[in-house]
Write a protein that binds this ligand. Sequence first.
Ligand code: CP
Ligand code: NVA
Length: 313
Amino acid sequence: MSAAPAMTIPHYLQFKDLDAATYAYLFERAAFIKRKFKAVEKYQPFADPDRTLAMIFEKASTRTRVSFEAGMYQMGGSVVHLTTGDSQLGRAEPIEDSARVISRMVDLVMIRTFEQSKIEAFAAHSRVPVINGLTNEFHPCQILADIFTFIERRGSIEGKVVAWVGDGNNMANTWLQAAELLGFTVHVSTPSGYEVDPVLAGIRNPACYKVFKDPLEACAGAHLVTTDVWTSMGFEAENEVRRAAFKRWCVDEDMMRTAQPDALFMHCLPAHRGEEVSAEVIDGPQSVVWDEAENRMHVQKALMEYLLLGRLA
Ligand code: CP
Ligand code: NVA
């Protein structure tokens, strides 16, 4: 079923596209949907009329693809999977034309691409909601899953400290947006030259993050310690330079020891043991990375339900 053009189409292009009350609703909804999944109960709000999600990947993916695709089928809908290589996107069809065409045939679009401006151009010409499945600048679905995972384990994240150790990348920028919106603080430590970009993230309250030269200091007293690869997709040419610059930004047991005794460790994955995180930490008792990965599916089901059907409770 393809939707008619609407006055205002709700997109999810950045974390700040939704407000705190909507996040509270989404976290409750994700918990409800997860309970159904665990109880092996059918929950198919997209079955009748049938809803279709187009997934466009211009970069590699394991978790994003599986979580959106499995989630959509479980909800009674279906998916179309496109990549740059097997569609006209790779042959320079304008993004605006692709948006006009694809959005006439499906109900929802998820895009993983390079510049944020590309997903914004697509959304501006789309008749249906567009979800950011990762851009160079942001990764909002991942932070949605991370915060849901934190809440499951520790309750509200409000007032807590999240330590970000590593690259000031799409994940880090999204953490800043989440901190400002949901009332927690991010302690950021990056090598120089790889800082977060609060201007790009549109941060208005500078108190939502604090910058530390020493990653160990950033972890002091943190309730959650988190990191990501030293080289994100699209930056592979910088691999060797980054490997040298990031040497001290490996989350190890010393860093975890300076955090709260019950601090959690998260990583969006894929991870490189011995680079941004030691095997002892990612495979250790404080790590919740497997729940974090699974929760991508539960929160995205809640997000897709919200974008297509609005608030149900
Ligand atoms: N965390 C994440 O987005 O993983 P994929 O790159 O495998 O989708
Ligand atoms: N920052 C990483 C996240 C991968 C899920 C990247 O953009 O490649």
